[in-house]
Design a protein around this ligand. Structure first.
Ligand SMILES: [Zn+2]
Length: 233
């Protein structure tokens, strides 16, 4: 029995199975934190800590940022009463849409995306002067107050490494916003190695000594949104 990548428990059981692209995928569930894990993909993903899905990203236009991403980030800030100040880090920022939409709210915005940082650097330079695409967190020149993990946690194979990677870059009082797809047939892809429940999201938050943990379920898209505040000490 392998240890749960989220809570460390060795108690897990066969949960489900899927055939995707003619390959067999075995899913187990942790009896302690209820994290669902794709076993086969887990072994593959040990090569890198983030199981990346190679994507063809297109940098959204200013119009799309204004019409789509900005209302979304404003709604999140209002819903969770996020202290919108200082610096925001979008961890796994994809096309940079959320990060750039945050530029009018935060003094400094960083977007980390291993696949696209170079591409974002070349294509977004003149759009927002407080936006920096980064390839590593060592490139940050300030502590961050808000971290966004938008459809990222389901791709991560080693949570503790990500937490240890991010923690030194957090300000004393920070908040974290995350969204993940729920375990549904439509969300089962090769690159989705973990699925969370409310319980397992709370276990993730616990790694940051979280308080004020809130979880909202989007029943239309079958997503869960997690918000919490943390203190570095
Ligand atoms: Zn667990």
């Amino acid at each position: 029995m392998t240890k749960c990548t989220l809570c460390g428990s060795k108690k897990n059981t066969q949960f489900d199975e899927h055939y995707i692209n003619n390959r067999y995928f075995d899913f187990t569930i942790c009896m302690n934190c209820s994290l669902i894990r794709c076993e086969e993909e887990f072994l593959v993903s040990q090569k890198s800590h983030i199981n990346q899905q190679r994507c063809e990203y297109t940098v959204p236009s200013i119009e799309v940022i204004e019409a789509t991403y900005k209302p979304m980030i404003f709604e999140l800030i209002k819903e969770f009463d996020v202290k919108a100040r200082g610096a925001l880090l979008d961890f796994g920022c994809g096309n940079g849409g959320i990060a750039m939409a945050s530029c009018s709210i935060f003094e400094k915005v960083y977007g980390l995306e291993l696949d696209t940082s170079h591409f974002l650097r070349n294509n977004t330079n003149s759009m927002f002067n407080n936006f920096s695409p980064v390839e590593t967190l060592e490139d940050l020149n300030t502590k961050v107050d808000v971290v966004v993990f938008w459809h990222v946690l389901e791709h991560i194979s080693n949570f503790d490494e990500i937490v240890e990677y991010v923690k030194p870059h957090l300000s004393d009082n920070f908040s974290i916003l995350a969204q993940i797809p729920l375990y549904r047939e439509k969300h089962v892809f090769e690159s989705h190695i973990h699925f969370f429940s409310k319980t397992s999201l709370k276990f993730f938050a616990k790694k940051f000594s979280a308080k004020n943990v809130r979880i909202l379920i989007d029943h239309t898209n079958d997503f869960a949104t997690l918000y919490f505040e943390g203190c570095r000490n």
